[in-house]
Design a protein around this ligand. Structure first.
Ligand code: ITT
Length: 197
């Protein structure tokens, strides 16, 4: 079965490739369909994940999987939430977003910097079949960036059980516990059933 991951984010796509390599599904991403433009205007992760998957499925005629994910920081009443990718403005770089978040939290001590990563996946099939799954990872926003693996906010997401940031932990350790790994694990059951026809 062919499956389009409805993302332009290379870091995300690499994680899907790693975590779905053991099932008989050929993955593509929006890099393979540069003509597809998606405007994320949903109010929730679920709405945005569905939007990405529906547009991609309609335009390609193939099963599509949307991933909408982001950070909820307790001291910021759950922000940036669905605006995580655009936190420092439309088209902001990971570096700009990290700088803005660290600046907003500059007076907040480490023990009050609880945060969670959320990942919502939406799978949309050409026959209209739809599946939604979610995963979360709890941690803290570090005082400064550390590590160079991963993508996005990984250098400032400190995971107590690893005693390091996700960017220091590396891909194997991240895939064992991440928000995306938990959502993918649940979605895999549906993908296996569908690919077996
Ligand atoms: P697509 O919409 O094309 O998939 P995007 O990066 O815009 O790419 P989102 O709208 O879902 O994706 O925004 C997710 C934001 O959360 C973005 O800033 C990511 O860098 C960040 N993010 C999501 N998962 C992450 C992870 O596992 N590690 C670090 N940052 C993550």
């Amino acid at each position: 079965m062919e499956l389009v991951i409805a993302t332009k984010n290379k870091g995300k796509f690499l994680e899907f490739q790693r975590m779905l390599e053991d099932i008989p599904v050929k993955l593509m991403s929006l890099e393979d369909f540069p003509e597809i433009e998606i405007t994320e205007d949903g109010a929730t992760f679920e709405e945005n994940a569905l939007l990405k998957a529906k547009i991609t499925c309609t335009k390609t005629g193939m099963p599509a999987l949307g991933d909408d994910s982001g950070l909820r920081v307790q001291a910021l009443s759950g922000r940036p939430g669905v605006f995580t990718a655009r936190y420092a403005g439309q088209g902001a770089s990971d570096k700009d977003n990290i700088e803005k978040l660290l600046n907003e939290l500059k007076d907040v001590p480490f023990e009050k910097r609880q945060a969670e990563f959320v990942c919502v996946l939406a799978l949309v099939l050409p026959d209209g079949g739809t599946f939604i799954e979610e995963g979360k990872l709890e941690g803290y926003i570090a005082l400064e960036p550390a590590g160079c693996d991963g993508f996005g906010y990984d250098p400032i997401f400190f995971v107590p059980q690893l005693e390091k940031t996700l960017a220091e932990a590396g891909p194997q350790a991240k895939d064992a516990i991440s928000h995306r790994a938990k959502a993918i694990k649940k979605m895999k059951t549906h993908l296996i059933n569908i690919s077996q026809g």
